[in-house]
Design a protein around this ligand. Structure first.
Ligand code: FAD
Ligand code: SF4
Length: 444
């Protein structure tokens, strides 16, 4: 992917190759066998385990930890993949501190949960490294399903449908699969091309064809997909990024665009970054943009969020990670204007006060010097297929992802349900696949 044209203050090669390698190295290095055994020993194997309920894919966590303890990592991996076929990626990217590990009884008792995420990675990596795929396809049903989008929702749906014996064609707008696993998630969470390796591994099930650079609405219509297939699943994510009313300066861009460029870069030293970077937003995208800007060698990186610290969508753990990498936070301020002469020089903010759910400016403003401004203020479904009911900026669904059109299901970020997380998208793709299967087989 090409860099955007350079603007003054935004330059490549700010750090040495060694510094870049350190800054973008694996955030949670894998456990070895001995470390995994020690970590597994801490589990109480709770009856009615709260960690299971806290996992959107409801993995049987005590069972897989017991299997690791018994030195059966392949069995542990199968337990994980039964519920979550992207269990390898989720082990790397799930905010476990707000999901299973937050619910772990040892977190409540001692402030030190069982390391569920790292144990999950140990099990899934072991099986994937052995090149094993634990599932086979059921007898062919003769049904064909179109899946739109090869992100976590689409891939999870496609895999489950293929397992149930259906033939699946995935229509993907981009030249690579993986969705935000490939183009969005921070590099230090998924190193060494893991997103592509995981897709290759998942496709070993067979029966899934991916057609790249085939965008719904551009290259193919929903009517044609409905005519040519027995069912359609939409897992198209949220392709549009919100901007500022006043963003008419070079150097101001969506954070997701900056991150996608970074994720596709073969050489990080060729990637341009500002000296003074301001990130607007308070979610994972804001944190990732800030930490990675710092990692590329920006001198000052400031995240500005419109509400208080406790209201930031990014977890406290993620905020601490950013702070530990030298990122500064300003809370209760929202952007009102950018200033410069063609190129951004400053960004102006108004301080805010919270009044229940509402925000109001206090009347006080301030400016931050900036040669790069990254906007992480949300994404939306900019082009929804016609004929589908919406719920605000996302698709409206019922039950396991049934849309307002017969034979069309949807899941993941493009729908209004659940948190926008990889694991939630996987759960919704999987559940929609089971509902599609039951419907096609006359069981639903
Ligand atoms: C910067 C960033 C960092 C994140 N970090 C984390 C994290 O650390 N942990 C976590 O759990 N979650 C994280 N998330 C959220 C997570 O990535 C998403 O919730 C998840 O990827 C949603 O999966 P999805 O399949 O619904 O959508 P996507 O991953 O967006 O995939 C949608 C796919 O559909 C394709 N597509 C779109 N439109 C069309 C079309 N018209 N025709 C054909 N194909 C189309 C896209 O190219 C893409 O491949 C992050 C998100 C961002 C933006
Ligand atoms: S809550 Fe913690 S201790 Fe209990 S089963 Fe889950 S991981 Fe093990």
């Amino acid at each position: 992917m090409a860099n955007t044209p350079l603007t003054p203050g935004i330059a490549p090669s700010r750090l040495s190759a060694e510094d870049l390698a350190r800054n973008f190295g694996d955030l949670h290095p894998p456990l070895d066998g001995h470390e995994a055994a020690v970590a597994a020993d801490r589990c109480y194997f709770c009856y009615d385990a709260p960690c299971i309920a806290a996992c959107p894919t409801e993995i049987d966590i005590p069972l897989f930890i017991r299997q690791i303890q018994a030195d059966q990592p392949a069995a542990a991996a199968k337990t994980i993949f039964d519920q979550n076929i992207l269990g390898g990626m989720c082990a790397r990217v799930c905010p476990t501190e707000t999901l299973c590990e937050e619910a772990c009884v040892r977190e409540a008792a001692e402030g030190e949960p069982v390391q569920i995420g790292r144990l999950q990675r140990y099990a899934t990596d072991t099986m994937m490294a052995a090149g094993e795929h634990p599932f086979t396809r059921a007898a062919a049903t003769g049904k064909r399903v179109a899946v739109v989008g090869a992100g976590p929702a689409g891939l999870a749906c496609a895999h489950r449908l293929a397992m149930r014996g259906h033939d699946v064609v995935i229509y993907e707008a981009k030249p690579k699969p993986g969705g935000l696993n490939e183009y969005g998630i921070a590099s230090y969470k998924t190193v060494e091309g893991f997103a592509q390796r995981e897709v290759d591994w998942l496709l070993q099930i067979g029966g899934i064809e991916i057609r790249y650079e085939q965008a719904l609405g551009r290259d193919v219509t929903l009517d044609a997909l409905r005519d040519g297939h027995d069912a359609v699943f939409l897992g198209i994510g949220l392709p549009g990024a919100y901007g500022l009313d006043d963003a008419g300066h070079d150097g101001v861009r969506p954070a997701v665009e900056f991150i996608a460029e970074l994720r596709q870069a073969d050489d990080l030293s060729a990637l341009a970054v500002g000296r003074r970077v301001v990130v607007v937003g308070g979610g994972m995208t804001a944190i990732d943009a800030a930490v990675q800007s710092k990692g590329l060698g920006a001198d000052e990186v400031t995240v500005v969020y419109r509400r208080g610290k406790g209201r930031m969508p990014a977890s406290a753990w993620e905020q601490d990670l950013a702070a530990s990498r030298g990122v500064r936070f300003i809370h209760n301020a929202q952007p009102v204007a950018t200033h410069g002469n063609g190129t951004v020089r400053e960004i102006e903010f108004a301080y805010t006060e919270e009044d229940g759910p509402n925000l109001r400016p206090t009347g006080e403003t301030f400016r931050l010097a900036a040669d790069q401004v990254l906007l992480a203020i949300g994404q939306w479904l900019d082009e929804a297929p016609e004929g589908l009911e919406r719920d605000g900026t996302t698709l409206s669904t019922q039950g396991a992802g049934r849309t307002s059109l017969d034979g069309v299901w949807a899941g993941g970020d493009c729908t209004h349900r659940g948190e926008d997380l990889t694991v939630t998208a996987v759960a919704q793709g999987r559940d929609a696949a089971e509902d599609i299967h039951a419907t096609l087989m006359g069981e639903g």
